[in-house]
Design a protein around this ligand. Structure first.
Ligand code: ARG
Length: 577
C-alpha cells in the first residue's frame, strides 16, 4: 500500500505545516498519487502543490519544496529521495532497502498479499448474473456473471462483507404466457418434470406468435399470471417446476465457471411486498395515481421520464420489484454500496430506480452503482451467432472455448497425458473466456476474437498461465527452500520487478474503487512481460549462489502475485501444462 502510505504522509505533512503556522488552515483536497510514465520522475508522483497553490495563493514550486523537505524527513527508510519538478510536482523515489524488505513480506504473506481490511464492518452487495428463468442463459448474463464475481472477489479481498445475489428473472407477466403455453401444448410435454429449457423457449415463442392471430390469448395469459400471484395451486406448481429446471441448467454453467452466490432470491421473492411498496410510495407523496389508475413516480427534476410502478390493470413491473428489493436489502444488510452488474441497455432503468429509491428515503443515490457493460460481438463485429444464424447461448460458448483450448494444448504438447490435458483445457479455456471479458474496457462492446483469446504470447489468460507454469517449474527444479539474503537484490531489472510487485495492493484497491477490472489485467500482463524479460536476460539456475537464491525468491514472489491476481479474476492456476 505504498501509494496509500504516501497519501497519508502528505496529509500529515500538510497538517504539521499548518500547526507550525507555515501554511494557513484549509481543508485538504483529495490527494492524487500517480505512477509517472518516465522513470526520471520517480516511482510515484503527486500534483498536490498545484492544487494547494490555488487555495493558499502561494507559488506551487515553493509549496512543493517545503512539502518535499518534510516528506523526505518523515520516512528516510521509505524514500531514497523526494524531488521537486516544475511547475510544482513532487516525485518520490523508493529506497532500495525498503524494496528489498518487501520481498520477504510478500513471501511471508503469500495468499494474503494484496488483501486489506479497509472494508472492515462494512457490507457491499453485488447483484450479478441474474438470468431469466424459462430461457437459456445468454452471453449478456455470462458477462454479468464473470464481471460480477470478479468485483465480488475484489471487495472481499479489501475486507468488506460481500453479499452476492443472483436476482433471477423468475416473476412477471411473461410467466402468465409460460403457464398458458404449457397448458395449451401439454400434449407435447407428457411429463412436466422432464421439460428442458429449450422446450420452454419453444412453447413460449409459439404461444407468442399465436397471440398475434388470437389477441384473446393475451387475456388468458394475464389471468394465468393473476392466478399465480394469488397463489393458485396448479399454477404455483407449474411455475415451481419450470423455475427449478431452469436453475438446474444454470447451475451446470455456474459449476463449470466456478461461480457462487450467497443469495438466489429472484424477483419472485418480492412478490409479497409489492402492494405495500406501491401503497408506501403513494402515502409518502412520492408516487401519484393517474386517472387510468396507473401509478408513477415523477422524476422530472432529474430530467428523467417517470418511473411506472403499477400498470393501469393493476400489474406490477420489473422496477416495482427492484424497489422492493432495495428496501429489503437495506433493512437486512445495511450495505455501504449495492453494485448492479447489468448491461448498458438498462441504464435508464437504473437511473430511474436509484433516484426513486432516494426519493423514498431507502438509501442515498450515491450508494447505488450500475456497473454497466457492452454487448458481446463476434469477430465480424456483429452479434455472436451460430452457423445456423441462431443467437449463441452461454453454454455453447463455454463448450466451444474449452474445446479450442484442448485442441491448442494438444498441438503444443502432444505427449501430455489425456487426463492432465483435459483438466488443463478447462482451466485455460474458462480462464481465456473470463480474461477476454475482464481485460477489455467493460463499457464498450467486447469482441470475441478466438485467436487473440488463445494467444500464448498476447494479453491473454493462456499467456499469463503459461508464464506462471514456467516460473513454478523453475522453482521446482531449483528446489527453492525459501532462504535468501535480500541485500543481493540490486540489479535494475530485478528492482523494477519488485517495484511492480509492491504496487499490487494499490492496484487491487484502485480496480475496486474505479470498478475497472482491466486495471488489474493490464497490471498482470505488464508484470508477465517484465518477468519474461528478466528470465531471458539474466541467468537464474546458473547464477552464482547468493544471486541465484535471491532471484528464486523474486520468482517466488511473482508467482504469489500472479496467483492472487488471477484468483481475483476467477481464474485458476495450473502447475503444469
Ligand atoms: N433479469 C434481468 C435481465 O435479464 C436482469 C436483472 C438485473 N438485476 C436487477 N436487480 N434488476 O434483464
Amino acid at each position: 500500500m505504498i501509494k496509500e502510505k504516501i497519501k497519508q504522509l502528505i496529509k500529515n505533512s500538510i497538517k504539521n505545516l499548518q500547526n507550525e503556522g507555515k501554511f494557513i488552515e484549509f481543508e485538504i483536497p483529495e490527494i492524487v498519487v500517480e505512477y509517472p510514465k518516465d522513470k526520471q520522475h520517480g516511482d510515484y508522483s503527486t500534483n498536490i502543490s498545484l492544487q494547494i497553490a490555488k487555495i493558499i495563493k502561494k507559488k506551487p514550486l515553493e509549496i512543493a519544496n517545503i512539502l518535499a523537505d518534510q516528506l523526505i524527513n518523515s520516512r528516510r527508510d521509505l524514500f531514497e529521495k523526494v524531488e521537486v519538478a516544475a511547475p510544482g510536482f513532487i516525485n518520490f523515489f523508493i529506497s532500495k532497502e525498503y524494496l528489498q524488505r518487501q520481498i520477504k513480506e510478500i513471501l511471508k504473506q503469500k495468499e494474503k498479499f494484496g488483501g486489506q481490511n479497509i472494508g472492515k464492518n462494512r457490507a457491499v452487495m453485488v447483484d450479478y448474473s441474474s438470468p431469466n428463468v424459462a430461457k437459456p442463459m445468454h452471453v449478456g448474463h455470462l458477462r454479468s456473471t464473470i464481471i460480477g464475481s470478479a468485483i465480488y472477489n475484489l471487495y472481499k479481498f479489501l475486507g468488506y462483507k460481500v453479499i452476492g445475489d443472483n436476482h433471477l428473472g423468475d416473476w412477471g407477466t411473461q410467466f402468465g404466457i409460460m403457464i398458458s403455453a404449457y397448458k395449451k401444448y401439454k400434449s407435447e410435454i407428457p411429463n412436466l418434470k422432464d421439460i428442458t429449457v429449450s422446450k420452454m423457449l419453444d412453447i413460449y415463442v409459439k404461444f407468442n406468435k399465436e397471440i398475434k392471430n388470437s389477441p384473446e390469448l393475451q387475456d388468458i395469459a394475464k389471468s394465468e399470471f393473476k392466478k399465480l400471484e394469488d397463489g393458485d395451486r396448479e399454477n404455483r406448481k407449474i411455475w415451481r417446476i419450470i423455475r427449478g429446471k431452469s436453475l438446474k441448467e444454470f447451475d451446470k454453467i455456474y459449476k463449470i465457471l466456478d461461480i457462487k452466490f450467497d443469495l438466489v432470491l429472484g424477483e419472485s421473492f418480492y412478490g409479497k411486498y409489492l402492494i405495500e411498496e406501491i401503497r408506501n410510495a403513494l402515502k409518502k407523496g412520492i408516487a401519484v395515481r393517474n386517472s387510468d389508475r396507473s401509478v408513477i413516480i415523477n422524476l422530472e427534476k432529474f430530467n428523467l421520464p417517470p418511473c411506472l410502478i403499477q400498470k393501469s390493470d393493476g400489474a406490477t413491473l420489473y422496477g416495482t420489484r427492484d424497489l422492493a428489493t432495495i428496501r429489503y436489502r437495506v433493512k437486512k444488510y445495511d450495505p455501504d454500496k449495492i453494485i448492479y452488474v447489468v448491461g448498458n441497455e438498462q441504464a435508464l432503468h437504473f437511473e430511474q430506480l436509484f433516484h426513486s429509491a432516494e426519493l423514498l428515503d431507502y438509501i442515498s443515490y450515491d450508494k447505488l452503482y450500475h456497473m454497466k457493460f457492452g454487448l458481446v460481438l463476434g469477430e465480424n463485429r456483429k452479434k455472436l451467432s451460430t452457423r445456423e444464424g441462431r443467437f449463441i447461448n452461454a453454454d455453447h460458448l463455454i463448450n466451444k472455448v474449452v474445446e479450442l483450448a484442448n485442441k491448442t494444448i494438444k498441438e503444443k504438447n502432444p505427449s501430455l497425458p489425456k487426463k492432465i490435458r483435459e483438466e488443463a483445457s478447462k482451466v485455460i479455456g474458462i480462464g481465456a473466456l473470463k480474461y477476454n471479458d475482464l481485460s477489455q474496457n467493460r463499457q464498450t462492446n467486447i469482441v470475441f476474437d478466438w485467436n487473440k483469446m488463445m494467444n500464448f504470447k498476447g494479453n491473454s489468460a493462456p499467456y499469463l498461465l503459461y508464464t506462471y507454469v514456467r516460473l513454478k517449474s523453475i522453482l521446482r527444479k531449483a528446489k527453492f527452500s525459501g532462504k535468501f539474503k535480500p541485500e543481493f537484490l540490486e540489479g535494475e531489472i530485478e528492482l523494477n520487478i519488485i517495484k511492480k510487485l509492491t504496487n499490487f495492493p494499490d492496484i487491487v484497491k484502485d480496480s475496486a474503487d474505479s470498478f475497472q477490472i482491466n486495471n488489474l489485467t493490464d497490471y498482470l500482463y505488464l508484470l508477465a512481460s517484465f518477468v519474461n524479460n528478466f528470465y531471458e536476460k539474466l541467468p537464474v539456475l546458473k547464477a552464482e549462489k547468493e544471486i541465484k537464491l535471491v532471484r528464486l525468491a523474486l520468482i517466488k514472489a511473482v508467482t504469489i502475485v500472479f496467483k492472487n491476481g488471477l484468483n481475483l479474476l476467477g481464474i485458476k492456476t495450473l502447475e503444469k501444462m
